[in-house]
Design a protein around this ligand. Structure first.
Ligand code: LLP
Length: 430
């Protein structure tokens, strides 16, 4: 198996497993596809990569060099982006519960925009803006009451959601009035995100309509023009056989919906912003595991255990996510069995692929999971005190480490054994 011109089997020998391998060309190709896709929208467009899908300093540097903006949701993501030299002015700061320290940190860094989620945050940003003698640019996040058909846990646009100002009860309009009057804030636009792994873009139409209706009402009441509409991210990718929208199709659905809604409302076209995460980085990586033990019980589907699992990929356990799996050291070998691929963690729910077709597999073989780039490593844990994987960036036959494999010592680095426990006597075993 080859990735980015590198032999995956050799990489696994050299860097160990579990190993995540990101192909730089695929990331760049997706960034460019998104930028190109929005070129045809007449109001101008901003493409921001949603860092929550996967962030490392190298990833931030790639995204910056492709001219994209960045969406961060925490002080930690902001810190990594700034460490990588990502231009602060191209950063959006999201999140439903930003701390006062995070708000101050972001203002201090000079970030481009806050996507404000609640009245408390609006007041804090206003305070920080005034303290610095400037108006901090903000978008208001709206809960539009619109559903895309996605997994319940990744649905974000419904009325009963923890995110954003409620539209129906007038909370969004109240927030706009407050923001328009706040001297430390520049109310620049509206934001909504209706879900992730969206395969059907039909919901963009009602989404654009409700945002444009709100923008119209805000202009009427406050005279402030919503110069930017940010419709969030959410484009799905093909993990197995599903049909996913291309960046072009996604851009067309968003752009057409906004143009139609603005024409109907006689509103000047706003700048359109979009925040893809998964569809930029999801297909760019594979996760490579080594097969260890196997368990065969006559009459039952066998278990193949690998050296990773829910610690580096919680998605199958959490969302029932499914993947395409291959034997990396015997590509093209015909499938001869059904098997469960399970992890090495002490939990029955620790499976990576349930009842999938595979060739016969021996201990020491390498299993590669496609589409491993999004929401796996960012959701990784040290459950069972298992160190997190090594992460590589490959390009034209060259492999560079993006994130070193975690060590036992790394995991213990923040441990403090109080002196009184260190010096206490340990009784002999009875
Ligand atoms: N913008 C906002 C406000 C978001 O909440 C998200 C994702 C995105 C953009 C990017 O969405 P994307 O293009 O990546 O679909 N952990 C889940 C996905 C959670 C998505 C959270 N928000 C998973 O593993 O499927």
């Amino acid at each position: 198996m080859i990735s980015g011109g590198c032999d995956v089997v050799r990489l696994a020998e050299r860097f160990g497993t579990p190993l995540y391998i990101f192909n730089e060309s695929v990331i760049r190709q997706q960034c460019r596809a998104y930028r190109r896709a929005f070129d045809s929208y007449a109001g101008g467009a901003t493409v921001a990569y949603a860092a929550k899908a996967f962030l490392s300093q190298a990833m931030a540097a790639i995204v910056a060099s492709e001219g994209l903006h960045l969406d961060v949701v925490s002080g930690g993501e902001l810190y990594t982006a700034l460490q990588a030299g990502f231009p602060a002015s191209r950063i959006y700061f999201h999140g439903n519960n930003k701390s006062d320290d995070e708000i101050a940190m972001a203002c201090e860094a000079g970030i481009g925009s806050f996507v404000v989620d609640n009245p408390h945050e609006l007041a804090r940003v206003d305070l920080e803006g005034r303290a610095r003698g400037r108006r901090q640019r903000v978008l208001l996040r709206v809960a539009p009451g619109i559903e895309a058909h996605t997994h319940e846990y990744v649905r974000t646009g419904t009325q009963d959601s923890k995110f954003g100002f409620d539209l129906e009860t007038g909370q969004a309009m109240d927030a706009a009035r407050l923001a328009a009057a706040a001297p430390g804030v520049e109310l620049a636009g509206l934001h909504a995100h209706i879900g992730s792994q969206i395969l059907d873009t039909a919901a963009m139409e009602p989404l654009a309509q409700v945002l444009v209706a709100l923008a119209t009402e805000i202009r009427r009441e406050t005279d402030v023009v919503m110069g930017e509409l940010n419709l969030g991210g959410g484009a799905g990718i093909q993990y197995r056989e599903e049909q996913s929208p291309s960046p072009t199709a996604f851009a067309r659905a968003m752009g057409d919906a906004v143009v139609a809604a603005c024409t109907a409302a006689d509103l000047r076209l706003p700048r359109l912003a979009v925040e893809p995460g998964r569809s930029i980085v999801g297909q760019a990586a594979i996760a490579v595991y080594r097969v260890g033990a196997q368990k065969h019980v006559p009459g039952l589907v066998p278990y193949i255990a690998v050296d990773g699992g829910m610690g580096d990929n919680i998605r199958p356990s959490l969302y029932g996510a499914e993947y395409t799996v291959v034997v990396a050291n015997r590509m093209g070998a015909p499938a001869t069995q059904r098997a469960h691929v399970v992890g090495r963690y002490c939990e029955s729910g620790d499976f990576l692929a349930r009842d999938v077709s595979l060739p016969s597999v021996r201990t020491g073989d390498l299993l590669a999971f496609y589409c491993a780039g999004a929401y796996q490593l960012p959701m990784a844990s040290n459950y069972n005190r298992v160190p997190r994987p090594c992460v590589l960036l490959v390009q034209e036959g060259q492999a560079d480490v993006m994130v070193e494999r975690e060590t036992f010592a790394d995991m213990d680095a923040r441990e403090r054994l109080p002196e009184r426990l260190r010096s206490q006597s340990v009784p002999a075993a009875t």
